[in-house]
Design a protein around this ligand. Sequence first.
Ligand SMILES: [Mn+2]
Length: 270
Amino acid sequence: MKKYIVVGIPFDATTSFMPSARFGPTLIRHALKYLLESYVFEYDVDLADMELIDTGDSEIVAGDPIGTIERSVRHIRENFDDPENDILIVLGGEHTVSYAAVNFLRPRSFVVFDTHFDLCDEYQGTKWSHACVTRRVHELGIDVVMAGVRSAMKQELDYAKNNKIPWIHSREFSLEKFTKTVEKLSEPVYISIDIDVFDLGLVGDAGTPEPGGLNFWQVVEAVEWILCNKKVVGFDIVEVAGTDLSSKSAITGGKLLKYLLALCEKYQLS
Ligand SMILES: [Mn+2]
């Protein structure tokens, strides 16, 4: 039976606008457990029947992204031993924590849903800011595709252009465009979803929320296409922030996790 290994990384230190993504793992888990039905009727999957192993939260080092990444990799290594079959699920935490999962799993491709490009070489004096994470992933030699972006600095656009990194603006997003962009990606694929990719109407508490984002089903459909057509080794949901267990961000994060789990169970079994 395929196992789903959940790891929380409750870390935020470099968030430039609103800190508190450290509470993301708790917010997402709480919404999934206490608000949402475990049965996902569209896919006839009951999360209660899945082999979902929550390993709890990784230890972090407050204020230290590198120390946190090292401890998170250790936590993942101790709990995730069958990358051929199992799927790793990381709950952030600021976006920087994706690097721990990706550096451990070494997927061939990284599909990221995000308002921001996160392609800065350095931001506010650190290379480990959440605004640099996709660049750090790309520097590992992993192919990157970005969906839902709508906010960038010129240096990030230049880096994307010079390195032929494909991206889809949220305003021009369609499943057809997305499919064309990801269909040739090498496998396995890792999916990273920054909660701020959603429109401000769905996500209020996030590190850096912005209007003009994707809606819930646009993201679910895009992820469904990947899970149906590509081998996926792991995914994360990051940047869910705030302290309110009933916030829009918490509920959107929990519901997103519910659909991702159901989609994995439906399409990634073999
Ligand atoms: Mn991001």
